[in-house]
Write a protein that binds this ligand. Structure first.
Ligand SMILES: Nc1ncnc2c1ncn2[C@@H]1O[C@H](COP(=O)(O)OP(=O)(O)OP(=O)(O)O)[C@@H](O)[C@H]1O
Length: 228
C-alpha cells in the first residue's frame, strides 16, 4: 500500500500540488486525470522520489524506489545501446539474471537495433518491457498509451489487467478517457494542484462530466468564430 498524506509541492512561489492525500492498495489500478499542467507528472515524480515535496509518502513494503517501475513521458536512451542491451542493463540494475529476454519481447521489437533509432512508440514499448522484466511491484505509467499504435494499445491494456491480477499497484495518467475507463479501478481528477474528485469504477461519469464542464470548448468556439 502507498499512502500519501498532505502532499504539497512548490516550484519557487508556484504551488503545483496542494495538500493531496491518496491511498493506493495492492491489486488496484489508479488513473490520474487532469488538463495540461494540472500536476499529474509532478505528482508521479514526488511518489517516485524524483523531486522534493512536503508531506508524507509511505510504502508499506519498505523503500519504494527498489520496487518501482516508472515510465516517464520523455524517454531517454544512451546512444549505441541496442534494445536488447537496454533490457539487459535494466535487469542487471535490479540484480536480475535474465537469459530469456527475447521471450519477454511481447511487442516484437527489433532488439538488435539501436534504441535511440526507435520511433516514439517503439521507445515507449521498450521502456515498458524493461519495467516488466524488472519484476517491479509498483508501476507509475505517465501516459503509457501516448504514441503507441492500436495493436500495442490493446497489449498494454492486457498488461494492466495482468498486473492487477498479480496484485501490483499501478498509477497511470492518460488524456484518453476511454482507456482509463477500461483499465482503472479508481480515477482521481486533479485540477489546479488539488484532487477535485475521486471515483471508483462504475462512477466515472461524474468525473467525465466535471472535466467537460471545466473544459474550454465554449471559449474556443467563441474565439474561433471571432477569428474566421
Ligand atoms: N521543473 C519545473 N520547474 C518549474 N515549474 C514546473 C516544473 N515542472 C513542472 N512545472 C509546472 O508545474 C505545473 C504542473 O506540471 P505537470 O507537468 O506536473 O503537469 P501535467 O498535469 O503532467 O501536464 P501535462 O498533461 O501537460 O503532461 C505546470 O504549471 C508546470 O509549468
Amino acid at each position: 500500500m502507498i499512502t500519501i498524506q498532505s502532499l504539497s509541492k512548490f516550484y519557487g512561489t508556484h504551488r503545483v500540488l496542494h495538500e493531496i492525500s491518496l491511498t493506493f492498495n495492492r491489486g488496484e489500478i489508479h488513473g490520474i486525470v487532469g488538463e495540461n499542467g494540472a500536476g499529474k507528472t509532478t505528482l508521479f515524480q514526488c511518489v517516485a522520489g524524483l523531486t522534493s515535496y512536503s508531506g508524507q509518502i509511505h510504502y508499506d513494503r519498505g523503500t519504494l524506489k527498489n520496487e518501482l517501475g516508472y515510465l516517464p513521458t520523455d524517454l531517454f536512451f544512451f546512444s549505441k545501446i541496442t534494445g536488447m542491451e537496454y533490457l539487459q542493463l535494466v535487469c542487471n540494475a535490479r540484480g536480475i539474471k535474465n537469459n530469456r529476454i527475447t521471450e519477454g519481447n511481447l511487442f516484437d521489437l527489433p532488439l538488435h537495433q539501436y534504441a535511440e533509432t526507435y520511433s516514439t512508440g517503439m521507445k515507449k514499448k521498450l521502456a515498458i518491457t524493461g519495467l516488466l522484466l524488472q519484476k517491479n511491484e509498483v508501476f507509475i505509467l505517465d501516459e503509457p498509451f501516448n504514441g503507441v499504435d492500436i495493436h500495442s494499445n490493446s497489449i498494454i491494456q492486457e498488461i494492466l489487467l495482468k498486473l492487477k491480477e498479480l496484485n501490483k499497484i499501478v498509477l497511470m495518467s492518460s488524456h484518453i478517457f476511454s482507456t482509463l475507463n477500461d483499465a482503472c479501478d479508481y480515477l482521481h481528477y486533479l485540477k489546479g494542484g488539488t484532487i477535485q474528485q475521486s471515483a471508483r469504477k462504475g462512477d466515472f461519469t461524474s468525473i467525465e462530466e466535471d472535466m467537460k464542464q471545466n473544459g474550454i470548448g465554449i471559449r474556443v468556439a467563441d474565439i474561433v468564430t471571432g477569428m474566421l
